[in-house]
Design a protein around this ligand. Structure first.
Ligand code: MSP
Length: 475
């Protein structure tokens, strides 16, 4: 038995949870359930990223005090995570006072690698922020939101000297001490690392007031990413407590858009603190809507609550864990979702459960309670974080069971009076069903539990009172 620590990116609380956020949670949850099934002790962090201008200006737009706004939205994320039946052990809010104090201690420890310098760039007074040269050129020097010319501005920032750590980070990526999955993302990171600049880690308080104060400089506030990344260790108690039991993290799940922060900035912070790098960073793709990025302005944002309401949690988890490839971008469409529900969940699995349970009931078969194990092929895929492929293996078992019933035709054997043979066939099918359910529990815990209740008790199997996946759900 080993100790396992699983981390997810913490979303900004400048809006409601959206469907993309579910990816981190679902992947991490399946992996956590897998390690749990192997007998490991799992610690599993989730949380909310609450500081920074994004959240501050959203609160203003909503006419709320930022503290209140962050609290309300953080609660929405917590409810969302619970609705998804995520097996987390720790929920962190970056506005939590322990986190804030620990971030300041982290800053103190990083001081040998921090220096102050002037940042000079194009600035919009309306947005109260800098824009890149590229944005400046694209907007021909005028902020499209405020119709004001950008101005040249210089401000003081603290920087983290990435150059102190670049070689070590590269080595650890190359020798696999910090694994980056998938492989093509690892190559992207190695390329980015070649000319990764030092990173600005603070802002003048007048530009960014909603954040953690920099120790010993009351005019400066920490840049939100330093504060946010630190959550992975402050939640374990660093630096107040020894975190060696669970650190380094076994796996961190992040979207492709924030990979750079997790594979360059985060390792630099960790090396600066004398801590080990996470063992694996898993970078998942994006969920698209009809092939496009979901965005409020296009109006194609899919509301996760609506998806959950249509067919319930198992359908939600099924679609995103099996039909959304773990590493690549994948599309969400209502058609595909409906099809997966009715053809696969309701037909392939729901009918199978009903059919086999009815046959067992009629022939008085039951009491099959032997312990189950994960298959070696399944374990191998899960260990490589090929979660959607591991789910495919489970579904092969569902299909094979359907075929096996059709081929064995237990109803014909019963008609011929071959009762011993019928029992033998059904017992073997039930045993296979329970094997399948044991692996299914990694992805669809609620459904697996119902299957285990139907087939895995001491008594004769009884068909479920209500179908697992009713086909007539209102849309
Ligand atoms: N607050 C930062 C993360 C800090 S981690 C120390 C952030 N927040 S976010 O709300 O923008 O994104 C949270 C997670 O959701 C990220 O892993 C991001 O990649 C993921 N996704 C956001 N939109 C997504 C999709 N459309 N599809 C899949 N995942 C996406 O970044």
């Amino acid at each position: 038995m080993s100790k396992v620590y699983i981390c997810t990116a913490i979303p900004y609380v400048n809006g409601n949870p959206h469907i993309g956020h579910a990816m981190d949670y679902l992947l991490a949850d399946s992996y956590a359930r897998f390690r749990h099934a192997l007998g490991d002790e799992v610690r599993f962090q989730v949380g909310t990223d609450e500081h920074g201008n994004k959240v501050f200006s959203s609160a203003q737009k909503n006419g709320l005090k930022v503290e209140e706004y962050a609290e309300q939205n953080s609660a929405k994320f917590q409810q969302f995570i619970q609705k998804l039946n995520i097996s987390y052990t720790d929920f962190i809010r970056t506005t939590n006072s322990d986190h804030v104090r620990r971030c300041q201690a982290i800053w103190q420890k990083l001081k040998p690698h921090i220096y102050a310098a002037d940042y000079n760039g194009w600035y919009c007074e309306g947005c109260e922020s800098f824009v890149t040269q590229k944005e400046y050129d694209e907007n021909s020097g005028v902020c499209p939101d405020h119709q004001r010319s950008y101005q040249r501005l210089t401000e003081k920032n603290y920087y983290l000297r990435i150059s102190d750590f670049k070689d070590e980070i590269r080595q650890q990526i190359e020798n696999g001490k910090m694994e980056i999955l998938p492989e093509f993302r690892k190559q992207e990171v190695l390329k980015l690392l070649e000319d990764a600049p030092d990173i600005s880690i603070s802002r003048p308080r007048k530009q960014l007031s909603w954040g953690v104060s920099v120790p010993d400089d009351e005019d400066q506030v920490m840049y939100v990413w330093l504060d946010a990344l630190s959550n992975y260790i402050t939640v374990l108690g660093y630096p107040d407590h020894d975190i060696g039991e669970f650190w380094p993290a076994t796996a961190q799940f992040v979207g492709k858009d924030i990979l750079r922060f997790h594979t360059i900035t985060w390792p630099a912070i960790l090396l600066g603190l004398g801590l080990d790098l996470p063992k694996t960073i898993v970078s998942h793709g994006f969920v698209l809507a009809d092939g496009q990025k979901m965005s409020k302005s296009i109006g194609n944002v899919v509301d996760p609550v609506e998806v959950l309401e249509r067919h319930g949690l198992p359908a939600f988890r099924y679609y995103f864990l099996r039909h959304v490839d773990t590493f690549a971008d994948s599309d969400f469409t209502w058609e595909k979702f409906e099809e997966a529900y009715s053809h696969e969940l309701a037909n392939d699995l729901g009918n199978l459960v009903q059919r086999l349970a009815t046959l067992c009931y009629k022939n008085e078969v039951g009491g099959i309670t032997d312990t189950k194990e994960l298959s070696p092929e399944f374990i191998e895929l899960m260990e490589r974080f090929e979660l959607s492929k591991a789910f495919d293996l489970v579904w092969d078992k569902v299909q094979n069971l359907n075929k096996a019933i059709d081929e064995a035709k237990p109803w014909e054997l019963a008609k011929k009076g071959e009762h011993a043979k019928v029992k033998e066939v059904l017992q073997s099918l039930v045993s296979q069903m329970l094997d399948m359910a044991y692996e299914l529990a990694i992805f669809l815990p609620d459904t697996a539990l119902r299957i285990q209740e139907v087939f895995g008790s001491d008594e004769v199997v009884r068909p479920p009172e209500a179908p697992l996946f009713p086909k007539d759900v209102a849309i």
